[in-house]
Design a protein around this ligand. Sequence first.
Ligand SMILES: *Cc1c(COP(=O)(O)O)cnc(C)c1O
Length: 470
Amino acid sequence: MHPTLAADLALLPELLQSASDFAAHGLSGVDERPVASPAEAPEPDPLPTAGVGARGALDRFARRWEPGFSGSTGPRYLGFVTGGATPAALVGDWLTGAYDQNGAAGGGSTVDALERETVGWLRELFGLSGAHGGAFVSGATMSNTVGLAVAREWLGERLGVSVSRAGAAALGPVHVLSGSPHSSIAKALSVLGIGRDRLRPVPLLGGEREAVDVAALAGALESLGGRPAVVVANAGTVNTVDFDDLRAIAALKERYAFWLHVDAAFGAFAALSPARAGLVDGLDAADSICVDLHKWLNVPYDAAVQFTRRQDLQVRVFHNESSYLGLPDGTPDFLHLTPENSRRLRALAAWFSLTAYGREGHAEIVERCAALADRLGEGISAVPGLRLLAPVRLNVVCFTLAERPTAERLAAVARAVAGSGEAFLTPTVLRGTPALRAAFSNWRTTEADADRVRDALARAVEGLSAAGDA
Ligand SMILES: *Cc1c(COP(=O)(O)O)cnc(C)c1O
C-alpha cells in the first residue's frame, strides 16, 4: 500500500472526525454566510504527483474551494427550486459513502430491500396506489427521461413494434402534448430520439394561468385521428406553480389513447398539506410520475424518484442483458429499471429523513414553506416599485418591477440582492414579462428570513431608483 494511503488508513477515525468538525463549523454559519459566493474561483492546480494525504486535502479544500461555495443549503437561497439537507438526510448521505453499497441489485446485501421500502414510503406520502412501481434516479430530469422512455415503449406496444429492439424510428413521428412543460421534457425527448420538435404546445387557460386548457388538449388529441400520443401534464410549473387539472386530463383516456406522464417534481409535495392536496388530485391516475427529492424532501443532491404503472415496459427498455446478470423475473433488480447499472444507494438519505421526521415532520416543512411564500408575497405587494405577477399558489413568489420591468433592470435587482449576501433569486420571463422568482423549499427557512428577503429587495429597488436608471 502507498505509504500515504496506509497512514490515512491508520488515521481513519480521526480523519472522519476532522471532516465532521469542519462540516459542523461550516453549517453552523450557513445562516450568515453570503448566500451567493462573492469569491472568484482559484486558478486550476496541476495534478498532484505525491499526494498530501486526506488531512492535507482537507486543508487545501478549506483554503482554495470552500470560500467559493454558496449558501445554497441555507435558509435564504431562493433561486430555482433548491432544497437543503435535513440533519437526518445528511447523516444518511454520509453513511451512503461510508458503506459504499452498489444499489444495482442485492449482491449479498439488503440494499435493494431498503430502496423498495423507501420507494413504498414515498408512494404513500404522495397518495399513490400500489400499482405504481418506482426507483431512485439522480434528479427530475432523469426521472422525466425514464418516464418518457416507458411512454415510448408503450407507443410501440400500441403500434405493434418494439422500440427497445427496433429503435425510436420505428414509431414514425411521435406526438407529445403539453401546456407548460419544464425544459427537461424537451431535453428528455432529445435524449430519447423522439426529438425536441415533437413537443407540441397546447393552449393554456387564460389570464395569468400556466395550466393547460383541457378542452384544447382534447381538441389536440382528437386531431390525431386515433394515433396514440404522449401527454405531459404539469403539477407545479416553475414560474407560478400552477397545476394542470390531472383528474380532467386522466378522464380524457376514456376517449383517446395516450400515455399520461406527470412532472410533479416539487408539486407532488402539495399532497402533504391537507389544504393543498386538491392541487394534485388525480395524480395516481398517471402512467408515469416524476418527483424530485433533492428539492422539497430536503435530501442532498442528487436524488429523485420515478414511478410507473408499467414496470413490465420499463424492464423492456432498461433490461441489462448479460449472462452474469440473469433475467429479471418477479421483482426486477434496479439495474433493469433505470439508465444506470451500478448505482449509488440514494435511497438511504431519504430513508433517514423519513424515519427521523415522518410524514408529520415533512408535512410541516411543506406547510411552513407555503406560509413563507404567502408572507413574502404580501411583503412584496407592499414594497413600492414591485408587483406580483401571479397569486402565490404554493411555494413560489413570481414578481416584477411596477415600472419598466426590463430584463436589465430586473437583473440589476437580482445582482444587488445577491451582492448584499442576503438572498439569491433567479430571473424568469412570464408571458413576455421579465420577472424574478423566490422559491421556498428549504427546511431551515423562518419568517425572519422571509422578512430579510423582502427588506433586501426593497433596498435593491430603492437603489435602482437612486441610480436613476440601470
Ligand atoms: C427542477 C425541475 C425539473 C428538473 O429537475 P433536476 O432535478 O434539476 O433534474 C423538472 N421539472 C420540474 C417541474 C422542476 O421543477
